[in-house]
Ligand binder design. Structure first.
Ligand code: NAD
Length: 266
């Protein structure tokens, strides 16, 4: 369902990380349909090129820049930002959608897993944003949306390291928002509950296995635990991200917007 026009983000250049993933992929399509120029990045080049093909009809080939990057690597982050600015000019918007699940129950956590989860979900997001932010500071404009999670607001049983990394994203979003708004740059976070992507299915599968039920039963249980009775679609999350990037949201600052079918109340 289109809720914006193809002028809502006309000429804005937005860089989307995790664009090969469920939420990033859909966000790219929504933003392209709103007139944005896009840098799409992820680790899987084939998937990025597949996305590019879909975006061409919405935005035109000249408005799409594709770049693979491992965001845990500073040189890769620098190359991404520099090549993106060179290809499509000033980066007006940044969507930090790259992320990984993982963690496990407390007694099973190991240092390597915790470091990996914090590295991708928090540290990489922070240092990529820093690079883009330095450029935004020169222009005194920009909009940044970080993917946190419902887990980053209330914790999740059995997913402690992931939840901690998403709490970090919110703490950092709110702190950065205070500094950035002095320069006309807005920073916000979105906090989805379960979304129809591989990440959610993996988590539901793991829980189902532990409880000795089938994946289908696990899916039914997960949906039934949500007041609205269902898991969010990627389009619903993408539309929320898109809204935060538009002028309609110009006084929304440091927000952690939940998209959970009311699940945060349970
Ligand atoms: P996904 O697994 O489908 O996609 C994740 C993306 O991150 C992929 O494109 C992957 O390539 C990229 N990525 C991971 N590590 C990377 C690295 N080192 N360098 C570059 N890219 C890397 O996940 P998704 O469901 O689309 O989730 C997107 C974001 O939303 C994540 O931050 C996730 O934590 C958050 N989130 C998802 C859900 C959900 O239920 N799916 C719920 C709440 C929050």
């Amino acid at each position: 369902m289109a809720i914006f026009s193809n002028d809502s983000l006309r000429q804005k250049h937005v860089l989307i990380t995790g664009a090969t993933g469920g939420i990033g992929y859909e966000t790219a399509k929504v933003l392209a349909s709103m007139g944005a120029r896009l840098t799409i990045t992820g680790r899987n080049e084939e998937k990025l090129l597949e996305l590019k093909q879909e975006l061409i009809s919405l935005a035109g080939e000249e408005n799409i820049f594709v770049k693979t990057a491992d965001l845990t690597d500073q040189a890769s982050r620098e190359e991404l930002v520099e090549s993106s600015a060179k290809a499509l000019g000033f980066i007006n918007g940044l969507v930090n959608s790259a992320g990984i699940g993982g963690g496990g129950v407390v007694e099973e956590l190991d240092e390597e897993t915790v470091e990996r989860v914090m590295d991708v979900n928090f540290k990489s997001t922070l240092f990529l944003t820093q690079l883009v932010y330095r450029k935004m500071l020169e222009q005194k404009e920009g909009d940044i949306v970080n993917l946190s999670s419902l887990s980053g607001l209330r914790g999740t049983h059995g997913n402690t390291a992931y939840a901690a990394s998403k709490f970090a994203v919110i703490g950092w979003t709110q702190s950065m928002a205070l500094e950035a708004i002095e320069h006309n740059i807005r920073v916000n976070a979105v906090c989805p509950g379960y979304v129809e992507t591989e990440m959610a299915w993996n988590s539901i599968r793991k829980k189902a296995e532990k409880n000795g039920i089938s994946f289908e039963e696990g899916m039914k249980e997960a949906a039934a635990a949500i007041p609205s009775g269902r898991i969010s679609t990627t389009e619903e999350v993408a539309n929320t991200i898109a809204f935060l990037l538009t002028d309609a949201a110009r006084n929304i600052v440091g927000e952690s917007l939940k998209i959970s079918g009311g699940n945060f109340m349970r």
